[in-house]
Design a protein around this ligand. Structure first.
Ligand SMILES: *Cc1c(COP(=O)(O)O)cnc(C)c1O
Length: 281
């Protein structure tokens, strides 16, 4: 049972966890967050996520009211108190209670625990369908709480039989709304957009895994047309791991079936997760 959240340094019963309505997150959508899994009662790759959270906060000129070390300790306190083996952890830093509805004052720091989330198993077996959408995320390197476009187009995606979006800007592909994007080119190289994307922790780990497995990985600008020449494609995120993509804008990618390499990288990534968990317990 998830009984507690950690709010501004205090372990707080879920029912009592609240913020005042003047928070800049409500007034202007101003804030950053991060999200990761916990397995075996330990947060996965927590150093990497906490570092990214501090970086996102800095990009919004917000100061996290504790050190990275202290934040990791608070996360562990929350996990220990709630006593769940598997969980999702969400960090949120808001602009705080503003007096003029515009100026950040003292950020509010929330650590929330959610039930462990997984993506439906059949999605990995049959792969997912994507649609491209012309959109440039504002401050792409920061994990802000602004998902206006991603949420607004959910209905459009569903109506068009798609599972997820691929953002592009100036004929250059970027990422999905909450995931990074990779393709395997006709020569077997793994390619992923580099600039103006959220530096995904799963993206980073999958690149590590791919290099260990002997793949050549290129991080560089990727043109939209390269997607249609690819033999395989997949998305990565903390919840999804490596999720194969089999079609783009109604056209099959490669054979239109889940690719061998995507499967191999997915298993490699899960093995890396196992190793991390084993080393921590
Ligand atoms: C969270 C997120 C990702 C994936 O990052 P992970 O650290 O792998 O979970 C990718 N793109 C965007 C826009 C995101 O918000």
């Amino acid at each position: 049972m998830i009984q507690y959240y950690h709010i501004n340094g205090e372990l707080t019963p879920v029912a009592e966890a609240q913020l005042h309505v003047t928070d800049l997150a409500i007034m202007r959508g101003y804030g950053v967050f991060d999200y990761f899994r916990a397995l075996g009662g330990r947060a996965l790759f927590v150093e990497d996520y906490v570092r990214r959270f501090f970086n996102s906060a800095g990009l919004l000129q917000l100061e996290v009211p504790c050190s990275q070390q202290e934040l990791m300790e608070r996360i562990q306190v929350l996990l220990d108190e709630n006593g769940e083996d598997k969980a999702g952890i969400r960090l949120i830093l808001t602009g705080g209670y503003t007096t003029d509805s515009y100026t950040p004052v003292k950020p509010n720091l929330l650590i929330l625990q959610h039930p462990y989330a997984t993506y439906p198993a059949e999605a990995y077996e049959r792969g997912i369908k994507m649609l491209t959408y012309d959109y440039r995320r504002e401050l792409p390197v920061a994990k802000t709480i602004n998902y206006v476009t991603g949420i607004r187009i959910q209905k459009w995606l569903k109506e068009n039989g798609a599972d997820a979006v691929l953002y592009y800007d100036n004929d250059t592909i970027k990422e999905s709304d909450r995931s990074n994007f990779f393709l395997i080119d006709p020569s077997g190289k793994m390619i992923t957009p580099k600039d103006d994307v959220l530096p995904g922790i799963t993206r980073m780990k999958v690149i590590e895994v791919a290099r260990e497995l002997g793949f050549t990985v290129e991080e560089r600008p990727v043109r939209l047309e390269e997607v249609f020449e690819a033999q395989e494609a997949f998305m990565t995120s903390s919840i999804k791991g490596v999720l194969p993509v089999v079609s783009m804008d109604g056209k099959a990618i490669g054979s239109g079936q889940v690719g061998e390499i995507s499967g191999q990288l997915g298993r490699g990534f899960e093995a890396l997760v196992e190793r991390y968990v084993m080393a921590k317990v």
